[in-house]
Design a protein around this ligand. Structure first.
Ligand SMILES: Cc1ncc(COP(=O)(O)O)c(C=O)c1O
Length: 457
């Protein structure tokens, strides 16, 4: 039994105004020593974590609905991971995969190849360290395999902060002042049903967004020069917006007809979050699996690990030397990755994602019926977005309200984060092991925070 087990089933409990005295000292040290551009507006300094809960250095207990931005799907403090990483640490930390092969890398690649729903009978996987690297390598693989140089991305997209992925990312906050952007990136309009032209049905909206995509090929880049279309199956930073399946089916057809690779950026959506291991599992069942999946975040449960999986014919079509990484597939991170897959299966976390996701979804839609400021509630499984607007008719975003809700929530022990290009969406990214009592406690705090925030505006 872990010492943190009482924390695992605890409810949020903040006993002082934040930050508490110990947290305050550490945050002051942070301000002096860490660039302000590495943003943080939370008064929370973590001491330990268990399940869906974290305890800060002053003993306050928080329910974590951000989970390291989708990193801790399996929850904090899972004993088998701790033991596997300790065991690996006793043998060696690092075996550089270009020099010394280590078994964890190979075993994890084999497991992911068996599970990842890409469009191929045989698959291969390479490891890197972060989501941005996974996406960047997916693009390099697509370019090298197709011999083409152009990439389609979407409005609202977030793919990381490297030079290439910040160009692929839509929101200018992430690339302001670091111009010039990289070449070869073309942006189509993301199929955001809530913000489709007024009065359009779902079918008409999807048709509208497909026409917008065609416009990119007509006036942006010839379709024959496109190597890949890169899309998040549920847009994360862009506002927790699922891509309608009908739109994916059309993308798949377009890719097949034009020799383009369909790349799913499952960095935030992967590892049971959606109620399946990947959202691409749903896509594959419907007959439109992607060619490449980029994955990261929850794959390592907090250890730096990311991966790219594609059909063997694609991976083996890449020019030798183009892909690789010194630390990618680190032995301890892969030991954790193997346990993550084991835990997801043994603890049936895909089903758990549906169960807690439904409780949260019902709670949010119930609030939607009572607060005109909640314009939309959406998502798949346990990846849910609550979009706040000033007016349900005009749908004008309400970021001021969202930033207040976040502050009030944390003061009551609930950690939540915004998303959406105008920062007007609250994301639900709870660890999948949260108890039902904890989800209900979180919903109560969420509603209290809405009320308190509205009273101040
Ligand atoms: C969909 C998506 N892609 C890529 C990234 C970049 O991942 P990282 O921060 O690990 O580089 C993120 C991070 O939030 C993401 O949500």
């Amino acid at each position: 039994m872990l010492k943190t087990d009482t924390l695992k089933n605890a409810l949020p409990n903040v006993t002082m105004s934040l930050p508490g005295p110990k947290a305050k000292k550490i945050l002051e040290k942070r301000t002096k020593n860490v660039p302000a551009a590495v943003l943080c507006n939370y008064p929370v300094v973590i001491k330990k974590g268990s399940g869906a809960m974290i305890e800060d250095v002053d003993g306050n207990k928080f329910l974590d609905w951000v989970a390291g931005v989708g990193v801790m799907n399996i929850g904090y403090g899972q004993e088998s991971i701790i033991n596997a990483v300790k065991k690996q640490a006793d043998s060696f930390f690092h075996g550089m995969i270009n020099i010394t092969t280590h078994e964890n890398y190979v075993d994890l690649a084999e497991k992911i190849n068996a599970l990842a729903p890409v469009k191929a009978d045989t698959k291969k996987t390479m490891f890197v360290n972060s989501g941005a690297e996974a996406v960047e390598n997916a693009v390099k693989i697509a370019k090298s395999f197709t011999g083409r140089g152009e990439i389609i991305v979407f409005s609202g997209a977030f793919h990381g902060r490297t030079a290439l992925t910040s160009t692929m990312t839509a929101k200018k906050t992430y690339s302001f002042g670091i111009e010039p952007a990289m070449g070869g990136i073309h942006r189509a309009e993301f199929p955001y049903l809530y913000r489709a032209p007024r009065g359009y049905s779902k079918e008409e909206s999807i048709q509208y967004y497909l026409e917008r995509l065609q416009y990119v090929f007509d006036q942006g880049v010839p379709v024959q020069q496109v190597a890949a279309i890169v899309i998040e199956p549920i847009q994360g930073e862009g506002g927790f917006i699922p891509v309608p399946f009908e739109y994916v089916a059309a993308l798949r057809k377009l890719c097949d007809e034009n020799g383009i690779l369909l790349v799913a950026d499952e960095v935030q959506t992967g590892f049971a979050r959606s109620g399946k291991l990947f959202v691409s599992n749903y896509w594959k069942e419907e007959g439109f699996a992607p060619d490449i999946i980029a994955m990261a975040k929850s794959i390592g449960a907090g250890l730096p690990l990311a991966a790219v999986t594609a059909g063997s014919h694609i991976m083996d079509g890449v020019h030798p030397g183009i892909i690789g990484s010194t630390f990618g597939g680190n032995a301890m991170a892969c030991a954790a990755g193997l346990q993550v897959l084991d835990i997801i299966e043994k603890q049936n976390l895909t089903e758990r994602a549906k169960v807690i996701g439904k409780i949260a979804f019902d709670g949010f839609t119930d609030m939607q019926s009572r607060y005109v400021e909640i314009g939309d509630v959406r998502g798949i499984g346990s990846m849910l977005g609550v979009e706040f607007v000033k007016d349900k008719e005009t749908k004008e975003p309400y970021p001021e309200l969202v930033s207040k809700i976040i502050k009030h929530a944390v003061s009551h022990g609930l950690i939540i984060e915004n998303s959406g290009v105008p920062d007007n969406v609250i994301r639900f990214l709870s660890p999948l092991v949260a108890t039902e009592d904890q989800i209900h406690a979180g919903l109560d705090i969420f509603e209290t925070s809405i009320k308190e925030s509205l009273a101040e505006l």
